[in-house]
Design a protein around this ligand. Structure first.
Ligand SMILES: *Cc1c(COP(=O)(O)O)cnc(C)c1O
Length: 216
């Protein structure tokens, strides 16, 4: 099932769109089923769980942190994380840079843009996000790289609302790229809305339940 689900999604999306399989709460066996089918990109939302899975599973897995990141937890994933999606403060960017330096690597991250009015959704306002990217301070940082934008739409059945939120993220992405900074990744779209997200310009989707089944 899991392998088939991944195959179905991959055959359904354009080649330039990367699928991150969100394996949070799911056992190692489920991840290994996908792994044996050739999948290497997995996402988790809790640092402790991701670190445990990193230590127990094959080392060529690319681990993505998609949850909200507390700045004091960054050090635990700094040695191995492939991409941190949910960065929403300059403070966290600074800490990533510091931890990247300690680990002699450049840590890739995405800034989370707030596109939903829901209080439960984290994220930076557009102007604050731009301010970080175009700041002198960030420009000088050697061990953190902002690769793109991550966004989460409102949890609603109204596709018009979701679409306008995704379009806002794409517009922000394009504005930044036409102002001289090269963002590569626009991470948006989950099990219920990934097709819509891709239609709005997403090139990285984060899909969990559609691959691994519902979580408890
Ligand atoms: C859990 C989660 C997903 C995957 O959600 P599904 O609806 O199961 O596809 C994607 N992004 C983030 C940030 C998540 O926390």
């Amino acid at each position: 099932m899991i392998a088939q689900n991944i195959n179905n999604i991959i055959s359904d999306i354009p080649e330039n769109v990367k699928l991150i399989a969100i394996s949070k709460t799911k056992p190692n066996e489920d991840i290994m089923t996908a792994y044996k089918n050739g999948h290497r990109f997995f996402g988790e939302n809790k640092i402790q769980e991701m670190s445990r899975k990193f230590s127990e599973l094959p080392k060529d897995i690319n681990w993505h942190m998609v949850g909200h990141v507390q700045s004091n937890k960054i050090k635990y994933m700094a040695p191995f994380v492939e991409l941190i999606h949910g960065i929403d403060s300059f403070k966290s960017v600074r800490i990533i840079n510091k931890e990247g330096n300690k680990n002699s690597r450049v840590i890739n991250c995405l800034l989370q843009l707030k596109i939903s009015d829901e209080d439960s959704k984290f994220g930076l306002e557009k102007e604050d996000l731009k301010e970080i990217i175009f700041s002198e301070e960030y420009l000088k940082m050697k061990n953190v790289k902002i690769k793109g934008i991550m966004a989460m739409a409102t949890n609603t059945p109204d596709t018009n609302v979701i679409k306008s939120e995704f379009m806002f993220a794409k517009k922000t992405f394009d504005e930044i790229n036409s102002s001289g900074y090269n963002l590569e990744i626009l991470s948006m779209g989950m099990s219920n809305d990934y097709q819509l997200a891709i239609n709005c310009g997403s090139n990285m989707i984060r899909v969990g339940s559609l691959i691994f089944g519902e979580r408890n």
